[in-house]
Structures are given as C-alpha cells and as structure tokens.
Design a protein around this ligand. Structure first.
Ligand code: LAG
Ligand code: CA
Length: 476
C-alpha cells in the first residue's frame, strides 16, 4: 500500500473538525496552502441522522450515517467538489473521515441531514438502500475486547453493525468511497476499522479508484488510507498494518503524560519505540489529541494551552510517525456541537485581522493558526526525513536533540533556568528561535541562538520558557 501522497515539501495533516467545506476551501487558499500544510482531514461527508439533545446538535451525530448521499451540515456534493478543487490547486490534500462499520443507533424518528429517513427498529435504510439482512445478527453489544468476533460483529456504542462480508454491502461502500475519490479526495481515515474484518477491508481497498487526474494527481496515484485502531484487547494494529497506516494513540497518551509532569522528560528518549508500546514509525499516524481524546481525560488539548503547545512542538519535531494536528471548536460539555446559528447551520470562523487568529467569539479555536503550530509545521517540513542526533538530557526535565543538520530543539520543564552549551548539529550561524518569534525580513522578532563553527551553542531558557527551536532557513 502507499504512504501519504502529500506534496514532497509537506508533512502534516490537520483535522478540521466540523468545518464547512466552503470554509475549508477558503482556509486552504488563505492559510493552509501558503503555510505548507500537507492535508486536511475532514469530518464525515455522508448524510447523518439528525440528533437533538435539547437545543444541542451533538457533534457525534456525524458518526451515524443514514445514507451515502454527500449532504451534511458541512455542505453538499457541489461544495465538497469546490473544496477539493480549490485545496488541490494550492497543494493541500483532502482526506475524508469515512464511517462504514455501522449506520445509526436506534432512534424513534430518523431523519437525515439530506432528507433521508430510516426505520431503525427494522434496520431499514432506504437511502442506501440497506435492509435487515445487511446487518450482523443477533444484535449484540460490543463489550469484551478480548473476544475478536465480538469486536467485529457486535454493536459499537449501540450502532447498527453492517456485515461487510456480504458483497452487496461492500459494493455500496466501494461506490461511496469511489465517489469521494472521483470528486478529488486523496485519502480516507477509516472510522472504527478495528471493528471490521481485515479481509473485508482489503476487498474494499483493492476496489478503490486511482486518484482523479483532473485534480492534478499523477496517473495511477493511489488514495492514502489510515485506519482508526484503538488500543486494548486481542485485536491489534498487526491485522491492519499491511493495508494502510494506523492511528497510534499511545503517542498522544505519552506526550500528554510527559508534558503534564507525570514522567521526567529524559524518558522521552524512548518515545516511538516498543519500550513505550508504540508501533513502527512507518505505520503510525500520531497526534496529541483528536476529537475523541480531547473529550476524554488525561490528554492535553487547547484547554491546557501552554503545556499543550510544548507537547505539540515535541510531536512535530520528533520524526516518529505521520503527524496530525487537530483544529477544534471550543466546548464545555461532551455533547456540544460546533458553533451554530439559530437555524442550526454551522457558523464560519472569523479571523481577527490584527493577529491572524480565529476570534474567541466565533467559537472556533483554530489551533492551526497558532504561531507555535504553523512554525513547527514549517520546522517539520524543513527537517523531514532526517534522524534524531545529539540527544541530551540533564537526567531530569531538560532535554534537547537535533534533526540531522537541519534543526534543533530544547525543552525545559524543570521549573528553573536552563543555561547549557549543547551540540546543535547545525552549520555556523545566528538562528531565530521560532517559539519566541520568527524571521521578518532580515531580522528575528524573537530570541537568537549563536551556533559556532563546531555546531555548539549556549542554550538559555527561562523557567517559564518551555522550549526553543531553530532550523535551517532561520539563520543569518
Ligand atoms: C470513532 N472512531 O473509531 C469515532 O472517532 C468516534 O467519535 C465515534 O463515536 C465512533 N468511532 C463511532 O463512529 C462517536 C461518539 C459516541 C457516539 C457515536 C455515534 O464518541 O458517543 O455514540 O459517535 O454518534 C452516541 C451516544 C451513544 C449512543 C449512540 C447511538 O453517545 O450513547 O448509543 O450515539 O445512538
Ligand atoms: Ca463491525
């Protein structure tokens, strides 16, 4: 199978959680393309059942498909095509979150975002169409993760479990995915992959079209496939790794623990190894948080801004895995859906003209616009395909490492000043620290670091400066 089909000078995926297609298209042109983001992971594009809890339209309704018509609160098929067209034009790939392990849960009345209906009591989904025979029987709840059959044929969170071993079901799924590919998508994030049989998935993946050359893809380009395989129980990533990449949840768990102060940073030397129970780098899609984990405990997110930024800097500097960052809306309860107008349409983000960030009142966090994030994306692009060298730690909470002879990063979570001469691996020059500033014209708006002809530099970080990062291209 192929690895990411990002442009050669790009390396990061950004999950634009719940964004509208029209807003993603604009963001590709105004920001993501110019800043050399590699790809956007969209929310599910297929029609979902409308869920109302009081006034709320919970975000998770989008994980309950009612048909494969491309009409959601993010937009319709025409808007989807406009997004892929405009994003592809500026070199940003579209990877779609695809949900086909299941349809909806039980609902008294089931109406979709595109007008389709369903009768969930008899497993009837005329919008596809699927009928009772296309689902697993008997209906069972998935509880025992140590029972591989149960993991594949029982219901995840009460969601009607499709039987992908039936050729008709597979064909409906293949047609739906090929529609996305023909419309210019470049890849898929396979929701709940762990809950489907690898052989069935393989049949589906084999039948996918090549990417659409009308969108500028080279002939015979294949879609990038990455699969959601959560940890726990007898079903592991091993069953899926030969068909596509896999989400490595341990990365975000570990990075969150380290940067929350639960483990000394020096132990991050084994990040990305079997010692921390992480899969080989070439299989892993890594992230600090995603839409699920930022609603769970123990994972850093925008809610812990300062240490989250340092954690993201580590994730993006470390060569392990295919990096993904999450761009969120702010929320205070699990169910809360995206910022919406009175008529339930999703609001567009509002960009503050003076600081280039999304306004707080718009409800969107837009982590991808934070200087930490876009500068570290640039760092990762610059050092891409180099290896860690010159690992250093103070046997406690200060660490540093270089990436080939292209980049260098140091972290200080000691709570006291760091002042040490270290080998940066970089050519002689005066470099601009991208945490505190950036190169503007010929000057650095932040701290500078003087690297000697032997690659040494005095690295100074105040107690509240959690990291410092320099890379080639920021030197003078
Ligand atoms: C995923 N990855 O494999 C998604 O990342 C995750 O967000 C999805 O769950 C899950 N798999 C199924 O696609 C989300 C929410 C669930 C929600 C589900 C369906 O985390 O909480 O379930 O989407 O909307 C909800 C209720 C359940 C209820 C169910 C059916 O929370 O209590 O049983 O709907 O009505
Ligand atoms: Ca299943």
């Amino acid at each position: 199978y192929i690895k990411t089909n990002l442009l050669a000078d790009r390396s990061v995926i950004v999950q634009m959680f719940e964004w509208k297609w029209a807003d993603i298209a604009t963001e590709c042109e105004n920001f993501l393309g110019p800043m050399k983001y590699g790809a956007v992971q969209t929310s599910p594009a297929t029609e979902n059942v409308i869920v109302r809890i009081g006034e709320e339209r919970p975000w998770y309704e989008r994980y309950q498909p009612i048909s494969y018509k491309l009409t959601t609160r993010s937009g319709d098929e025409a808007a989807f095509l406009d997004m892929t067209t405009r994003c592809n034009k500026v070199g940003v790939r579209i990877y779609v979150d695809v949900v086909f392990n299941h349809m909806t849960g039980n609902h008294e009345e089931s109406v979709g975002t595109g007008g389709s209906t369903a009768n969930t009591s008899i497993n009837s989904f005329p919008g596809v169409p699927y009928t009772d025979e296309h689902f697993h029987h008997p209906d069972c709840d998935m509880v025992d993760l140590d029972n591989a059959t149960e993991v594949r044929v029982c219901q995840l969170s009460g969601l009607k479990d499709l039987n992908q071993t039936i050729p008709y079901v597979r064909q409906k799924i293949i047609d739906y995915l090929n529609n996305l590919i023909d419309l210019g998508a470049a890849g898929i994030r396979v929701d709940a992959a762990k809950h489907m049989y690898p052989d069935d998935l393989n049949e589906i993946y084999k039948s996918l079209h090549n990417l659409n050359t009308a969108h500028g893809f080279r002939k015979n380009s294949r879609p990038y496939i990455y699969q959601e395989v959560a940890k726990g129980g007898v079903v592991t990533y091993n069953d899926y790794k030969d068909m596509g990449d896999i989400t490595e949840f341990t990365a975000g768990n570990e990075v969150s623990q380290f940067f929350s102060g639960l483990k000394p940073l020096k132990n991050l030397s084994s990040y990305g190894t079997e010692g921390l129970d992480m899969m080989p780098s070439e299989n892993a899609v890594v992230f600090v948080d995603n839409h699920d984990t930022q609603r769970a405990s123990g994972i850093l997110s925008y809610k812990n801004e300062t240490i989250y930024k340092a954690a993201l800097a580590f994730l993006l500097a470390n060569p392990y895995g295919q990096a993904r960052i999450t761009s969120s809306f702010s929320f205070t309860s699990f169910n809360q859906g995206p910022p919406a107008n009175a008529d339930e349409t999703i609001k567009s983000p509002v960009i503050d003209a003076t600081n280039n960030l999304c306004t707080e009142t718009s409800g969107w966090v837009c982590e991808h616009r934070w200087s930490t994030v876009y500068r570290m994306v640039k760092f990762r692009n610059e050092v891409f395909k180099t290896q860690i060298a010159n690992w250093w730690d103070n046997d406690s909470n200060q660490i540093a490492f270089s990436l080939g002879n292209k980049g260098f990063i140091a972290f200080n979570l000691e709570g006291s000043v760091m002042n040490t001469t270290l080998q940066t691996g970089l050519p002689v020059g005066t470099y601009c620290d991208i945490r505190s500033g950036e190169v503007q014209g010929t000057t650095c708006s932040g701290k500078t670091v003087a690297v000697s002809s032997t690659g040494q530099a005095l690295i100074t970080l105040a107690a509240d400066e959690l990291y410092l990062a320099i890379h080639v291209g920021t030197d003078s």
